[in-house]
Structure formats: structure tokens, C-alpha cells
Design a protein around this ligand. Structure first.
Ligand code: SF4
Length: 294
């Protein structure tokens, strides 16, 4: 870790201990500074999930009550999320240019995690990559591809297009404590805001933790999607995503099988190089379980 990153990391640890009132003030100051510095109007990147719902509530409650929310319907969303978004005021819905099945057919399966799938793709295509855990190295030799390109096409590109067309800049609801990748993104930006001309972004909830989100929801009685309140979902995100299904989100596909059997059947239909999504996941889970028994 470079010197500057060490300082930012230390600051993140300290700010993580602030109380909710302090974190709200910090988030508001972050958004204000971002718009002022960039001299552009911002929108809230809204996924319909818990964190971005809190961000939208916070921005409209204390920052600007008519701030626009933008939701990308990837075609891979939980119907409950789409309903929730459609019932939220002042949301613009945008769409990607390809479907999940087309992306997988062309570029491979999104499995394990963004980092691992990206590195497997890079390695198989002769690019520089970082070390991959031994248990996933078999993926170099499979006849199908694995990659994280799906996120770019289904999510990043539609937002980029929207920004280019409107001149608006994004505010996102990510938290630096959620994953290593998000922490690195926070270090790389140099904090919550990036004032880069090509890639401006503000992440005012960076220093928040899950407990802050919970406290905010309780304090302001924020309405969040039913999936969290009635069905006990811990996270939502794309329905047919293989990130985390070998690990923290093990029962994702089982829940989909129960609730949305037609969507689940797509696991048999979506293929890369003749191999179905179902076969890829089944092998991954078998190897994961075998590894644990050893
Ligand atoms: S979260 Fe998964 S399914 Fe959704 S866009 Fe990213 S890679 Fe694709």
C-alpha cells in the first residue's frame, strides 16, 4: 500500500466510528462539495436496494428534494425491485443494449466474484492479472469463458450513455466497508468524491456501515423494498448473477427456483460454448463442498 493510501485507509477506519448524525452531515457536505466543484447537476444512481434507498431518502430529505433518481433495468432484476422502483417518485429508467443471455454467450459467465472472474478472463486472454486462489484455477482450462464484462454492459455502459446525453454526474450508494474492491475504489478516488473529468463520482455513504443504514431506516421510517422486510433478503442485486453463490449468497438460486421457476429455468438455457449456466454453477458448488470436506 502506498503512503497516501495508508493515510486514507487510516482516515476511513477513524471515520467509520462516527455516529449517525455525524455521518449524515458528512454525506451532505460530500454531495455539496461534489456538485460545486464539478459545476454540474448530480443524480442518484438508484438500484432499489437498501443502501441506495437510504441515499435517495437522505438526499431528498436534506439536500435537494427534487434530485433525480436513475435506475437501470438490466432485465435481470427481481420483479419486487422493479415494482418498488416504479412506485418511487421521480425515477428515470434506463436500459442496457444487450441481454444477459447474449452477454454470457459472447463473453462468459459472471461467477465467484468480480475480482476472480475478471482475473480469469484476463489470464485467458494474455493480459496482466493478479493471483487467483488455487481452488478456482480449474477455470483456466474449462471450455467455457468466465468474465465480469456483464457488469460493464448491463450496468456501467447505460449510465455512461445517460451521463453523456444529459451532462449529469452520478452519486452512488456504495460503502467502502462492504468489500476489498470497494475499499480500493475509495483509496483510488482519494476519499468519497472523485472530481475526475472523465469519471466523476460521489459516494457519500462510503464511511457508513450496515448498522448505520439500519439505524437510518428505523429513525426515519424509510420504506424499503419488501424483499428485505417480508422475505428477509440480506441483499438483492441481479437475479441470475453467479457472484457469491459459492459463498455468502449460497441460497440465491434456490430462492429463485422456489419463487420464480421460469427465471430459474433460464439457467439451463443460457450457455457459453455449449455449456449451460446450470452446469457451471453445479460444478463450482461441488468443488467448493469437496474442498471444505478435505
Ligand atoms: S451483478 Fe452480475 S449479473 Fe448483474 S450486471 Fe454485474 S455481473 Fe451481470
Amino acid at each position: 500500500m502506498r503512503e497516501m493510501e495508508k493515510i486514507i485507509s487510516k482516515r476511513l477506519q477513524i471515520w467509520g466510528y462516527l455516529n449517525l448524525n455525524q455521518k449524515i452531515d458528512h454525506a451532505l457536505a460530500t454531495m455539496e462539495k461534489y456538485e460545486k466543484e464539478m459545476k454540474k447537476e448530480a443524480y442518484i444512481s438508484f438500484s432499489g436496494g437498501r443502501d441506495s434507498t437510504v441515499l435517495l431518502d437522505l438526499a431528498r430529505r436534506y439536500y435537494r428534494k427534487d434530485i433525480l433518481a436513475v435506475f437501470c433495468n438490466t432485465g435481470n432484476e427481481h420483479p419486487e425491485i422493479v415494482r418498488f422502483v416504479r412506485n418511487t417518485d421521480n425515477v428515470r429508467i434506463i436500459y442496457p443494449e444487450m441481454r444477459l443471455s447474449e452477454i454470457i454467450e459472447k463473453y462468459g459467465f459472471p461467477v465467484i466474484s468480480k475480482e476472480v472472474s475478471q482475473n480469469i478472463w484476463r489470464m485467458r486472454h494474455g493480459k496482466k492479472c493478479v493471483a487467483i486462489p488455487d481452488k478456482y484455477k480449474y477455470l483456466f482450462f474449462e471450455k467455457y469463458e468466465v468474465s465480469n464484462i456483464c457488469c460493464k454492459i448491463l450496468k456501467k455502459d447505460p449510465f455512461k450513455k445517460f451521463q453523456k446525453e444529459t451532462g449529469m454526474i452520478p452519486i452512488i450508494g456504495t460503502k467502502a466497508f462492504d468489500s476489498q474492491m470497494r475499499r480500493f475504489a475509495y483509496y483510488k478516488r482519494g476519499g468519497c468524491n472523485s472530481f475526475s473529468k472523465q469519471n466523476p463520482v460521489s459516494a457519500p455513504l462510503s464511511i457508513w456501515k450496515d448498522k448505520d443504514i439500519e439505524e437510518y431506516i428505523q429513525r426515519y421510517n424509510v420504506q424499503i423494498c419488501d424483499l428485505y422486510t417480508k422475505e428477509n433478503y440480506k441483499r438483492t442485486g441481479c437475479m441470475l448473477c453467479g457472484f457469491g453463490v459459492n459463498n455468502y449468497d449460497r441460497d440465491r438460486f434456490e430462492k429463485i427456483k422456489e419463487k420464480h421457476p421460469r427465471v430459474y429455468e433460464q439457467l439451463y438455457e443460457i450457455k457459453n460454448n455449449g455449456v449451460s449456466y446450470y452446469e457451471v454453477i453445479e460444478k463450482l458448488l461441488k468443488l467448493e463442498d469437496y474442498g471444505k470436506r478435505k
